[in-house]
Design a protein around this ligand. Structure first.
Ligand SMILES: [Fe+2]
Ligand SMILES: [Fe+2]
Length: 152
């Protein structure tokens, strides 16, 4: 009996740790979404080409949606509202091409991070949402590759 209680205790402890790391991953995701929104806004300001702008705007609009989705997940899991302000200074790029290249990298990293969140998520509805976000980021990845070949 005593032994069983011990097992329960460690199981609970492991569950708590899992939720804790899931929360941290969601905060990391929210920060990444905020960062990308500012980055893509800055990129759109550096060009007058409507075709280039259009490609960046797809990702720009999605990052707002993703931020809100992660914010709601955080609230569902913790009961606490987390708000991350838009960063006021982010890294600078010499050319739009440099920014596009780093965005290809960044979108691929986002997919990796969100796959990790997907693996930690047990709630079916939230898992479906993560899946939607992952496919959006894969689309951004493709659009930035397209943009790269357009600008080359
Ligand atoms: Fe995103
Ligand atoms: Fe993205």
């Amino acid at each position: 009996m005593y032994y069983n209680r011990d097992i329960d205790y460690y199981e609970q402890f492991r569950e708590m740790n899992k939720i804790e790391s899931l929360n941290n991953l969601i905060i990391k995701a929210m920060n990444a979404e905020r960062h990308d929104r500012v980055k893509y806004q800055t990129m759109m300001e550096t060009t007058n080409d409507p075709m280039v702008k259009k490609q960046i705007k797809f990702a720009y609009d999605d990052e707002i949606k993703h931020y809100t989705m992660f914010q709601q997940m955080y609230y569902m899991i913790t009961g606490r509202k987390m708000d991350i302000p838009l960063p006021s200074n982010i890294e600078k790029y010499n050319t739009l091409m440099d920014a596009v290249q780093s965005s290809i990298e960044g979108e691929s990293e986002a997919v990796d991070l969100y796959r990790e969140i997907y693996a930690h998520m047990t709630n079916k509805r939230m898992r479906d949402e993560i899946f939607e976000i992952i496919t959006d980021e894969q689309e951004h990845f493709g659009r930035f590759i397209y943009l790269y070949s357009m600008l080359k």
